[in-house]
Write a protein that binds this ligand. Structure first.
Ligand code: ADP
Length: 270
């Protein structure tokens, strides 16, 4: 909006003069609102697995002399604990991105290294579902940014592509470069996302299907993280999807090959 939040301080300088200091607090105010909102959501999301663990422990106590029940409950507790730990890890990642904002130490990053590392890490889960991941396109592009953050972003897209696809389908990663932008597209033949849901999937903690996403260990934070990483690199993430046919998520990052007008190394927009 066009509203600007000013913090004004007035100091007397003498009998007929004052010093007026005005500071623009708009951005600080916005960041504070995001943080408050995030804390509320996080508390809510953490309550569910913690509550489930407490309940399972209590039930386990009552069933202590039934080995079958003990096994069943401890397995469920392990699942909840794994989920909780993934959630905490993503919350830390996302809050770091939100607080740090822009990149700390950007440097030239070969896209091939990013994509190959992300594919390597996603391969185990993909193999378990008999999903082949193929890699192609202009892999020799270079972007300017943070290797680890970019791997995290592509990895999140790949994990989703695998999680929301049926066994024995294919997932592809394609790299192309046009108009000074490097595009990394992750294509799947999975369940797809209906049009009304498409706008919402980038929201923090948003999941299309709570129950299914729980089974796949989803946290609802993956795409928010991708969105932040893209923005921090001066780029964006877009999607195409059709229920029953699949989805394509495209991460666009400015290429490092384009010289900046000033002669400085190209970096993300401030
Ligand atoms: P999650 O941890 O639940 O996967 P994300 O933020 O990564 O959270 O994604 C949000 C939601 O968007 C998911 O719960 C899922 O419903 C939907 N989604 C994301 N990627 C895909 C995809 N490739 N195919 C179908 N649905 C997807």
């Amino acid at each position: 909006s066009g509203t600007v939040l000013l913090q004004v301080r007035v100091a007397p300088l003498g009998l007929d003069r004052v010093l007026v200091l005005a500071e623009d607090r708009t951005e600080a105010h916005r960041v504070e609102a995001i943080r408050r909102d995030f804390v509320v959501n996080v508390s809510h999301e953490l309550k569910t697995p913690v509550g489930a663990l407490a309940l399972l422990a209590e039930t386990l106590q009552d069933a202590a002399d039934d080995p079958v029940a003990v096994r069943r409950f401890t397995e469920r507790m392990q699942r909840e604990a794994t989920r909780l730990s993934a959630l905490v890890q993503e919350i830390i990642e996302l809050s770091r991105l939100q607080v740090a904002g822009a990149l700390q130490n950007p440097s030239p990053v070969p896209v091939r290294e990013v994509v190959e590392e992300a594919v390597d890490r996603a391969r185990t889960t993909a193999q378990a579902k008999n999903i082949a991941i193929t890699l192609g396109g202009s892999l020799d592009c270079v972007v300017y940014g943070d290797h680890n953050l970019l791997v995290t972003a592509v990895r999140n897209l790949l994990d989703n592509a695998v999680a929301y696809s049926s066994p024995a389908t294919r997932v592809g990663v394609g790299v192309s470069e046009r108009n000074g932008l490097v595009e990394i597209a992750v294509v799947d033949q999975g369940i797809g996302i209906s049009e009304p849901e498409q706008e919402r999937v980038f929201e923090r903690f948003y999941r299309v299907d709570q129950a299914r996403s729980r089974d796949t260990g989803g946290t609802g934070l993956g795409l928010s993280i991708v969105k932040h990483v893209a923005a921090d690199h001066g780029g964006d993430v877009t999607m195409w999807s059709e229920p029953g046919r699949g989805s394509t998520f495209t991460l666009r990052i400015p290429s490092a090959d384009i010289p900046a007008p000033s002669g400085n190394p190209p970096g993300p927009a401030a």
